[in-house]
Design a protein around this ligand. Structure first.
Ligand code: HEC
Length: 133
């Protein structure tokens, strides 16, 4: 192969490789609303990122208690504390004490869906797998 052909081959390979590295869930099935949420395209692609609404709500609404060494009696939580299915389960069942005692009440359902999208998308091991619907 001559030089040109080699660089062409390299150029073609780079995007393929990058796509694999960035493999992430492209959809999320939401049991509460029984809808399939598209995370790799459209508005939710942005909102489910750390700097989108989902990531911001996690910081403002959840990390206000679940930060490291907090004095609220809450365990330290970050996006990789659970896997995708684990986060989905938490929002579906609202099992945590804080969901039951009203600490989530200031967050609208629409915001909770985006928060769930963010946590699902970047959860532990989420980059190794895809679609839930
Ligand atoms: C007012 C403080 C407060 C806020 C706000 C809060 N939590 Fe909690 N949360 C707690 C406390 C206290 C517990 C019980 C102790 C523990 O297990 O961390 C808890 C428990 C949990 C648990 C179970 C613990 C575990 O490790 O599985 C999860 C999950 C959780 N919270 C998620 C959230 C999410 C998501 C949000 C944001 C929507 C949130 N919490 C907002 C105080 C809070």
């Amino acid at each position: 192969m001559n030089r040109f052909a080699m660089s062409l081959a390299a150029l073609l390979l780079v995007p393929t490789f990058a796509n694999q590295v960035n493999a992430a869930p492209s959809t999320r099935y939401d049991a509460t609303t029984q809808t399939c949420r598209v995370l790799n395209d459209g508005p939710l692609e942005w909102e489910s990122r750390p700097w989108g609404e989902g990531g911001k709500i996690f910081k403002s609404a959840c990390k206000s208690c679940h930060s490291r060494n907090n004095d609220k009696g809450a365990s330290f939580l970050w996006v990789e504390s659970k896997n995708s299915a684990g986060w989905n389960r938490i929002f579906e069942t609202r099992s945590p004490i804080c969901a039951k005692n009203g600490s989530w009440d200031s967050i609208t359902l629409e915001q909770q869906l985006k928060l769930n999208d963010y946590l699902y998308r970047w959860a532990a091991n989420s980059q190794d797998r895809n679609d839930s619907c």
